[in-house]
Design a protein around this ligand. Sequence first.
Ligand code: PEP
Length: 251
Amino acid sequence: MKKIIAANWKMNKNSQEAAQTVQELSAILNNTLPEKREVIIFPSFISLEASIHAAPENTVLQFGAQDVYPAKDGAYTGEVSPSMILDAGASWVLTGHSERRHIIKEDNAFVGQKTSFALASGLNVVACVGETLEEREAGRLYDVLSEQLNQTLAKLPTPLSPERLVVAYEPVWAIGTGKTAGSEDIIEAHAIIRELLKDIIGTSVFQTRILYGGSVKPENAAEILKLENVDGLLVGGASLKADSFAKIICA
Ligand code: PEP
């Protein structure tokens, strides 16, 4: 199973900057992409097409949107549908990122609607879960992950090939803070997620990739990638520069 290394560019880079980073990354990865890696870039909506067009013809890069609205079309001002994302040439979408949960106030039910609609519409999904520091300190890690996963994955389309759904564990207290979760924290949370997924999606659970995200850097990527049940990384800040992201991909 290939490990996924994904870049979440958040609200950074205009089209020109995004295209330039894709070109730089492509030039570095040209002959050096390890066989056991898949790479996904999540630019902003506005720079998605420019990013895709900047990639060489036989690119190893895959692309995705950072959000999606769970409807085919209609009166949803400011929103973007799965078919628009597919039409732009992207094949992935992020759902449930903690910044959308906490800043935009998306709840588990809405994240679940987005996840199932996106999958049913043909997009592959990286569904994000993770606890706040307050929840962790209150001993609620298992309950929070259980609530998030059960609602996010409540109505998965069937059949669903396992490579189309990826789960990202991103402890909120480690995102953009410079604080990486310790190895034991990551192992514990990923084991809980694997166990919960067993009940939700059944036997194909061992083919479902679980990514870790939260202050991943070139210096800690290799160590995290070796941990049990870590099937890849979701990277924010350290994915903005091609050379730093390439080091993480090749870690
Ligand atoms: C993220 O936003 O998904 C993320 C993991 O950010 P950072 O790597 O900057 O902590």
